[in-house]
Design a protein around this ligand. Structure first.
Ligand SMILES: [Fe+2]
Ligand SMILES: [Fe+2]
Length: 286
């Protein structure tokens, strides 16, 4: 029975769209110093849906401009290229998974807020510990829970039951997923990442973000970073990823990421200072 459901999940993932070109392009540019911001802006310009969301953000109440911002170049000046890139990354993936119509389903808006805030936390942590590429950290943290959306999108009724079981039994969403599907969002995210040809370190951080101790050593920094960003996001209560239960913190995380309590406090302050901006981003991306 269990293997039947797993099989069904694997088949559903095969039917999902391929990785959006814009996402692939951004992923490629991280490792390629020759790629220019201009090129990327040109690609974004050709994508109407992303351009519209970027303009939404530039026109949001958060920035408070009275005059309508209607061209991308101006929006890039207002938002900064980094934010435009992050909106493009987020929208290109989020748009692939339309929300269902069932009552009592998974709260997608709060979930995306959790994902984007974890993404920014990953970036802040990477900048703080100075040995990790911030854009890679953003992507890993943005997508850490993507398996939840796959389950919610492909097995909507079953996922509503999963959320109910989680609430009734007061267990984590991951445990409830295991009970219903025989696997969890970490496996599903990994399978989707395989389909999308993600690099190994990204596959590993998605798969092990709840337990970085099982990560192969060479990729463990990104996995620990994603694990930590997820915990801080949950504790700082920005958005909702599906679980509120306290998690045991692995003390070696400080060593692996070269962090200390003082730096963690700074990271928490930085993300809290961004909260309103992140909320505006999610609204602009709807
Ligand atoms: Fe997770
Ligand atoms: Fe999460």
């Amino acid at each position: 029975m269990e293997s039947e459901i797993r099989n069904e999940i694997v088949q559903s993932i095969k039917r999902l769209p391929t990785l959006p070109i814009i996402f692939e392009k951004i992923l490629d540019t991280i490792d390629d110093p020759r790629s220019s911001a201009g090129e990327l802006q040109e690609t974004i310009k050709n994508d109407q849906s992303i351009t519209a969301k970027v303009l939404n953000m530039a026109n949001s109440a958060y920035y408070g401009y009275t005059k309508q911002v209607s061209d991308l170049t101006r929006a890039v000046v207002i938002l900064g290229f980094d934010m435009v890139k992050n909106i493009a990354l987020s929208v290109s993936v989020f748009n692939l998974f339309p929300e269902g119509n069932e009552e009592g389903g998974f709260d997608r808006e709060q979930f995306w807020l959790h994902s984007i805030a974890t993404g920014y936390l990953g970036k802040i942590i990477a900048e703080e510990c100075r040995f990790y590429e911030p854009d890679k950290a953003f992507i890993s943290c943005l997508l850490h829970d993507i398996g939840k959306v796959v389950l919610d999108c492909c097995f909507e009724k079953k996922y509503i039951d999963t959320v109910k079981i989680k609430n009734i039994k007061n267990i984590s969403l991951r445990e409830a997923e295991e009970q219903v599907f025989g696997c969890s969002h970490t496996d599903v995210g990994f399978w989707l990442g395989e389909k999308w040809n993600f690099p190994d370190e990204l596959l590993e951080s998605i798969k092990n973000h709840h337990d970085p101790t099982i990560s192969a050593k060479r990729h463990s920094q990104l996995t620990y970073l994603t694990y930590l960003a997820n915990i801080i996001c949950q504790e700082e209560e920005i958005g909702f990823g599906g679980t509120l239960l306290p998690v045991t913190f692995l003390p070696e995380t400080f060593d692996v990421l070269n962090l200390n309590n003082k730096k963690i406090r700074k990271i928490r302050e930085e993300i809290q200072a961004m909260k309103e901006k992140l909320e505006a981003m999610v609204i602009a991306m709807k």
